[in-house]
Design a protein around this ligand. Structure first.
Ligand code: SAH
Length: 264
């Protein structure tokens, strides 16, 4: 989809369409809605491009710790395309493309765009990947994953957040994201094994069910550490023979991974 350059080459068709639409009262409403949509899309397009530049600057600045100085073409394209302003409340729409986390209700946050990009990058997904996300939240990270993977399975423990993310993702046309309301500590066994697993809430330890549901050769990216204190973004690599290697990448601050039934 080309944003900001609406249909210039289809002038004749557009003129006929406009004539028909302007003649009907319903058409006037539709035309207004269409032009508002176009206008806001191009306005947000500039902001999104600026956000991506900041993400790339953060990637370069943290290369020493992360081992990645930039984004792969697929992740870059995903960051350039997902409309972050559609994942936040109307009251936050003007700051939707700032490179920082934002509240999404229920004490939860949509992650900082740099962290979303970095975590996606660190997964090193193969072609046609099936990926699991724990912590759907707003659905933004799931949407980014939807651009780089074939199927995205996302588990959210808070039903109202999960349901509204599901509705939002459908409305935006993300047909390859599947949302389940459950305790993500246990992963999503029916669809395992996964080519990558991403946890977007901080866990005091790495949940063993997630390690089991990881394909040999695949990676799990998870913030590990105590709630409300500094955690470490950690990459676990499961080798072909099943051996796990872990690497601490960056200090981060995530909301805690909560447990159903108050389990630790
Ligand atoms: N990925 C989200 C941000 C998530 S914030 C986004 O892009 O917007 C962390 C999310 O993890 C919250 O929505 C929280 O409710 C959810 N969460 C916390 N513990 C969980 C658990 N055990 N299982 C599934 N989701 C969990």
């Amino acid at each position: 989809m080309v944003r900001g350059h609406p249909c210039r080459r289809r002038g004749t068709t557009i003129h006929w369409l406009l004539a028909v639409m302007v003649l009907s009262p319903l058409g006037v409403g539709a035309l207004r809605a269409w032009s508002m949509q176009r206008g806001s899309d191009s306005r947000f397009f500039q902001a999104r491009e600026a956000m991506v530049r900041e993400v790339l600057a953060d990637m370069a600045a943290t290369a020493g710790e992360t081992g990645r100085g930039t984004l792969s073409a697929a992740v870059l394209e995903a960051m350039r395309r997902v409309p972050r302003h559609r994942f936040v409340a109307d009251t936050l729409i003007e700051v939707a493309y700032e490179n920082r986390p934002l509240p999404i209700g229920y004490g939860q946050t949509i992650s900082q765009p740099f962290i979303v990009a970095l975590m996606t990058e660190l997964l090193d997904l193969p072609e046609n990947a099936k990926v699991l996300e724990i912590g759907t939240g707003s659905g933004y990270q799931a949407a980014v994953l939807a651009h780089v993977a074939k199927e995205v399975y996302s588990v959210e423990i808070l039903a109202p957040l999960g349901r509204s993310a599901e509705t939002r993702l459908k409305a935006l046309g993300y047909t390859n994201v599947h949302v389940k309301i459950d305790d993500g500590y246990y992963g999503w066994k029916e669809h395992a094994p996964f080519d990558g697993i991403l946890v977007t809430a901080a866990a005091p330890h790495i949940p063993p069910p997630l390690l089991q549901q990881l394909k040999p050769g695949a990676k799990l990216v998870i913030p590990v550490g105590p709630p409300f204190l500094t955690q470490f973004l950690t990459v676990v690599h499961k080798s072909e023979d099943g051996t796990m290697t872990t690497r601490q990448v960056l200090p981060v601050a995530f909301v805690p991974l909560t447990r159903s039934g108050g389990r630790p």
